[in-house]
Design a protein. Structure first.
Length: 659
């Protein structure tokens, strides 16, 4: 995969400096060994994800990768130190492949991202001391380890964005290489070195010290022409495809005639370019794992098939050899007699030597004997059939050995066939598992920012009788719910605990039913701090709109999102904390979270949860798998509607109400 160049890093830093202005750090994840994803909240814009892959890339992403269920230690440490911190600066270090992000909390932290070599991601405190690196690295003059002072790698003195004519001249005069290698080694890299010589029309293979004044002038002008858009922040982001694939923040002559696609920002271009390749890499990793798994069975199958073939061959050859002995019975018997007669006076070694000499001189009757070993076993060639005959036993016994060998092989064939069938079943089973598993491999999917209806920006559900019920998410939206949406025919609900949402039941044309009040009460209790505290039931109350006020009595103070309730309250005691989540059709298809009685009125496909011990992200993943057969929901869509805090599933069959 392409590694970002110095020019790429400059463009990314320039854009991120503006994009992440005043952004707050939300969470950090580590989806792969070398990759960290940090989620930011930008005032007025919402969530923005930035992916940092050590040694390769940095950019905003709309393709967030699947995160591990158990986060590694590095992102947890980032959360501990950086969560809630504000980005104050994003910069490139000395036109090098090093990016730095300053985050301000009670102290200032710097996240250093190294994109050279195999790269690193390092958290540094305001004193320059390393808190923790993604990878611990030790060199003779540089230590990347906790509690060490962070040191930059040796810097290249030449900065192409600030280079004057004399700087370029000095670069070439101090070089012992040709023009293009000198430029590439200055920090430009091969691509931009080639672009400079292309624009200057200078022979790239010419020795750097042999350049004439006019050629130096041409190279200087090429520098100005190429990098002025960088200085002006006038990027031309594009992805090159076809014979060559690349992503660039600038338009290059080297790629004239190539197919290209332009983007509004370089971050967008980089996201499309890298994320597609990350998906391919993820699939390849899983495919390789399954290839090894299936390969084990295929290797076993190969051995079993070879064994089967050998047994079949043994049956045929053994029968031929046994038959050959009977076909040459008298000839073989004469040879055995000759050998045994000689054995009376000589050792087996002497017999073997004598036979060799006799054959050499053309002695008759010994043509079929090729060798005799020290145990008296003769190697015979009976008209092309090679057999071994033990001269110590008769021909029938020798033939029976071959016939028995064939019978033994025949008996084993049945067992081998059974083993082959089992192995084939294992291969088929593994291949089926692979197909199912590969379908479930979650490659990064583009997260498209959805246009939310006004009520989706709040907590909401539709009661079983059709009333819209809305609630605040925080102090700001609590204010909005009451000041903007509470009307005379409505009812106001609040859970009797600090940290509860303001809930409004929209009255509509008719009276609000008892069923809707009960459902709104459950909704109010569930979306309060009682859920985080693990309560199973809680008390709520409801009042009429004219009882809700923001005007304090003399000496009173009303915090943002809080209201004064005047008059008597209608309490509902022991309201259960239960939330059902399902996809409903309400002004279009959307995910709704509310009391089980309400959600079940609009869909049969829903999940019910209660306060528990499973993290929201994991529950969201499981809920999506239960209710989303069409794949229309993202994890974030489900997380958005869940109560604040951990939860667990409830068996719908255990609920007391029926519908």
């Amino acid at each position: 995969m392409k590694t970002m160049s110095n020019v790429d890093v400059y463009a990314i830093c320039t854009e991120l400096k503006d994009t992440l202005k005043d952004a707050r750090v939300d969470k950090a994840y580590q989806p792969t060994k070398d990759t960290v994803l940090i989620r930011f909240h930008i005032p007025g814009k919402g969530r923005t994800d930035v992916v940092f892959q050590a040694g390769t890339r940095v950019h905003t992403t709309q393709y967030p990768p699947e995160n591990p269920k158990i986060p590694p230690s590095f992102p947890m440490l980032l959360r501990k130190h950086l969560k809630g911190g504000t980005i104050t600066d994003v910069r490139q270090h000395h036109f090098d492949r090093i990016m730095e992000l300053d985050i301000q909390k009670e102290h200032r932290y710097t996240l250093v991202v190294e994109l050279f070599s195999k790269g690193n991601i390092i958290l540094v405190d305001e004193e320059g001391t390393i808190i923790l690196p993604l990878k611990r690295k030790l060199w003779q003059d540089r230590k990347i380890s906790s509690k060490e002072i962070y040191k930059y790698p040796p810097e290249n003195e030449f900065n192409p964005l600030k280079a004057e004519k004399e700087d370029i001249k000095k670069l070439f005069m101090d070089s012992d290489r040709d023009v293009v290698r000198t430029l590439a080694g200055s920090g430009l890299g091969g691509l931009y070195a080639e672009e400079i010589v292309l624009r200057s029309d200078v022979d790239k293979k010419k020795s750097a010290t042999d350049l004439e004044e006019a050629e130096l002038e041409a190279i200087y002008n090429a520098f100005q022409e190429l990098f002025q858009p960088l200085k002006d922040h006038a990027f031309h982001p594009r992805i090159i495809s076809g014979e060559k694939e690349d992503v660039l923040p600038l338009e290059l002559r080297k790629y004239e005639g190539f197919e290209s696609k332009t983007f509004e920002t370089y971050n967008q271009a980089a996201d499309e370019f890298y994320s597609s390749r990350v998906g391919e890499d993820i699939k390849k990793v899983h495919e390789d794992i399954w290839a090894r798994e299936i390969g084990k069975y295929e290797k076993r199958m190969k051995i079993q098939l070879e064994t089967l073939e050998n047994f079949k061959k043994t049956i045929v050859e053994s029968t031929i050899k046994g038959d050959a002995l009977y076909a040459h019975y008298h000839e073989v018997q004469d040879m055995i007699n000759t050998i045994m007669e000689a054995r009376k006076n000589y050792s087996w070694a002497e017999v073997s030597s004598t036979i060799k000499k006799a054959k050499k001189h053309g002695a008759a009757g010994l043509e079929s004997i090729e060798a005799v070993d020290k145990m008296g076993v003769m190697d015979l060639n009976l008209e092309g059939v090679r057999v071994q005959v033990d001269s110590n036993i008769g021909i029938p016994e020798n033939a029976e050995k071959y016939y028995n060998k064939g019978k033994k092989a025949k008996r084993k064939i049945n067992g081998v066939n059974i083993a082959i069938e089992k192995t084939q079943a294992e291969i088929d089973k593994a291949k089926n598992k692979r197909e199912i598993a590969m379908e479930k491999v979650l490659v990064p999917q583009k997260r498209v920012r959805k246009e939310l209806k006004w009520f989706e920006k709040l907590r909401w559900f539709v009661s079983s009788d059709g009333n819209l019920v809305i609630g605040g998410r925080d102090a700001t939206t609590n204010e909005m719910v009451v000041k903007k949406h509470l009307e005379n025919r409505d009812v106001y609900f609040h859970s009797d605990i600090h940290g509860a949402a303001s809930v409004v039941v929209k009255g509509g044309e008719g009276e609000i039913s008892e069923e809707t009040l009960i459902e709104a009460a459950s909704f109010s209790a569930s979306f309060s701090s009682a859920w985080q505290k693990g309560f199973s039931t809680h008390d709520v109350y409801w009042v009429h709109p004219d009882q809700v006020s923001k005007t304090p009595q003399s000496g009173e103070f009303v915090a943002k999102g809080a209201f004064i309730i005047r008059g008597s309250r209608n309490y509902m005691r022991g309201v259960p904390l239960l939330v059902a989540v399902g996809i409903v059709d309400y002004e279009g298809e959307r995910v709704m979270a509310g009391p089980p009685e309400a959600v079940s009125a609009y869909t049969d496909n829903y999940a019910v949860i209660k306060p528990g011990y499973t993290k929201k992200e994991e529950m969201a993943r499981q809920i999506r798998n239960k209710i989303d057969n069409e794949g229309v929901l993202s994890i974030e869509d489900v997380v958005r509607v869940l109560p604040s805090g951990k939860c667990d599933f409830v068996d719908k069959r255990s609920l007391k109400w029926k519908r």
